[in-house]
Design a protein around this ligand. Structure first.
Ligand code: ZN
Length: 201
């Protein structure tokens, strides 16, 4: 049980797990892709809440172990994660949902984050003032589909990267892990394009 506090000031207990196994409870996969993951309704005002808690996620069939750190704890990432050595870190449930989708598509998270870096560099060239973010959306027709937010208010731009460029990026990330941008895409167990755009945090 977790204690949730609503913006109406009501506090209530909710049946939210602190660890989940996606093989044992595959319904969470649907909740993640539908954006309804771990959401609860406030019993007082009925508002739908998405409280974030530190959450351990294992997915044995994909050999994956993740720690989802609440977005609020992003500034203290290292302290929040602590001594954990094996699990990959994601921050916030949107990043968790994205990472699960990447793993589900059989893609490599490092290569995906590097491709996002290239897309955001291009976006910054086109408009230095845009605060863009890139999200893996799907793998379809031999292309990696990304959604770019923040280029134009209220609009989502779609960008498709061919599988061949993904493969090349994956190869480079493995053969030159100590060169940029491959080196700085990782900070501890947190692999994210955000590590290359630190000032955005
Ligand atoms: Zn409420």
């Amino acid at each position: 049980m977790r204690t949730v506090t609503c913006s109406c000031n009501a506090s209530f207990s909710a049946e939210l797990p602190d660890s989940i196994d996606l093989d044992a409870s595959p319904e969470y996969l649907e909740h993640l892709s539908a954006g309804s993951f771990m959401s609860v309704a406030c019993p007082t005002c009925g508002r739908k809440l998405k409280p974030e808690f530190l959450l351990n996620v294992v997915w044995p069939s994909k050999s994956a172990a993740l720690i989802a750190v609440p977005e609020l704890d992003r500034p203290n990432l290292a302290e929040t994660v602590g001594e954990e050595k094996d699990a990959s870190v994601v921050v916030g449930y949107p990043e968790l949902a994205e990472r699960i989708a990447v793993l589900d598509a059989g893609l490599d998270p490092t290569a995906i984050e590097i491709l996002k870096y290239y897309l955001l560099l291009k976006a910054a060239e086109a408009d230095p003032n845009a605060e863009a973010s890139a999200w893996f959306f799907a793998y379809e027709n031999d292309a990696i589909v990304f959604h770019l937010h923040g280029l134009r208010p209220g609009e989502v731009a779609i960008s498709k990267i061919p599988r061949s460029l993904y493969e090349r990026t994956l190869g480079e990330s493995k053969s030159r892990p100590d060169e940029e941008p491959f080196r700085s895409i990782r900070s501890g167990n947190y692999i994210s394009v955000r590590n290359l755009f630190k000032t955005e945090d």
